[in-house]
Structures are given as structure tokens and as C-alpha cells.
Design a protein around this ligand. Structure first.
Ligand SMILES: [Zn+2]
Length: 188
């Protein structure tokens, strides 16, 4: 879902997307090939919708976790720049804990075991390492800007749904995901 200014906001369930469109709150920017049918009408399912009126979205930060750090850093070791599976990455304290470095978004980066061992208990400068990029908190806005509009895909996981106002719809497609809740698609 995009804001009126085309800024990505989130990934939303197709049911909600359809309701927003039918209420006139949002319009489709890209359509999926699938259709939903009611007794009298059929509608193409949107893959991208955009709000018609601008809405202020407060910054929402994500939980500080290993998974989210790896996601923020796109599974890329921040010292050698190589991409690894999650199992081959660890978290590195840029300023080591023994030097007062804290476990924060700004001081934790994805790091391969080789670089982690080689850096040891030193700062990047002391070890002759350069960070690929300055670590920052990971917010939904960060995520949106990482994805770009092509990465925003509406979740279409509800095969049959009804709304108060528009009766019962059934999605006629086999290409839909089986999930019921909106989720973030990996955009790596
Ligand atoms: Zn590395």
C-alpha cells in the first residue's frame, strides 16, 4: 500500500485493500491477474494500492533482534561485503562490549564468522576494517525505502471473505499464498 505521495506504507491483506478501494479511500495502481467475484460484479485484485488522501504515518521501529539485524543488513557481512545464509552470519558489536559498546541498532551489524574472528576485540579502525554502511535503526520506513514500489506486494491470502457492505467475494485463483495475516515479503 502506498501513501498518496507514492511512499510505501505497508503490505496489506487483499480483503482490506478491496474494502479501501470500494470505500473510495484508495485506488489500484497495479492489478493482479486474479479476480474476485460477487453475485453481480467481478473485480480485478490489486497488487498495489495507493491512498487517495495523504495520511501521516508515524515512524514505527522494529524489535532489536538478530533476525531483524540480518534483514536490515540484507544478510551481507558489513565488513567484507559478501552475502551469506543466516546460519553463517553472526552479530558483531562495532565498538566491542569490552570497550563499552552497547547492543543497539547503531552498534550491531551482520558479520561473517571469518571477519568476526579477525576483528576480535578491536574497533573497525583498529582492525583495518571499513563498515559497508553506517548501521541505523530499522523502521517500516527504512524497509519501504529498501523495497521500492516494485517490492510492495499485496498479500492475497484470504480465499473467501465477506464485508459488511459488499457481500461475499470469492477469489478465483490458485496462485495465492495460504497466509491469513499481512506480512512483509523479503525484498532481498
Ligand atoms: Zn565478512
Amino acid at each position: 500500500m502506498l501513501n498518496a505521495t507514492y511512499e510505501p506504507i505497508n503490505v496489506t491483506a487483499v480483503r482490506r485493500a478491496m474494502v479501501l478501494m470500494l470505500k473510495g479511500v484508495a485506488q489500484a495502481e497495479e492489478l493482479h491477474s486474479a479476480e474476485v467475484h460477487s453475485a453481480a460484479h467481478s473485480h480485478r485484485v490489486p497488487s498495489v494500492i495507493r491512498l487517495i488522501a495523504y495520511r501521516h504515518i508515524p515512524q514505527q521501529s522494529r524489535a532489536l533482534s538478530r533476525k531483524n539485524i540480518l534483514l536490515r543488513d540484507r544478510n551481507t557481512c558489513q565488513f567484507c561485503g559478501r552475502v551469506f545464509p543466516s546460519s553463517e552470519l553472526t552479530l558483531d558489536h562495532v565498538v566491542p562490549r569490552s570497550r563499552g559498546g552497547r547492543s543497539t541498532w547503531e552498534n550491531l551489524v551482520a558479520c561473517c564468522y571469518r571477519c568476526n574472528n579477525s576483528k576480535g576485540d578491536r574497533t573497525p579502525e583498529e582492525a583495518g576494517f571499513k563498515l559497508a554502511r553506517r548501521p541505523r535503526p530499522f523502521t517500516l520506513h527504512t524497509r519501504g525505502s529498501l523495497c521500492g514500489s516494485s517490492g510492495i506486494v499485496t498479500n492475497v491470502g484470504v480465499s473467501t471473505f465477506s464485508t459488511k457492505h459488499f457481500g461475499k467475494f470469492t477469489i478465483r485463483s490458485e496462485n495465492f499464498y495460504g497466509r491469513r495475516k499481512p506480512f512483509w515479503l523479503p525484498c532481498i
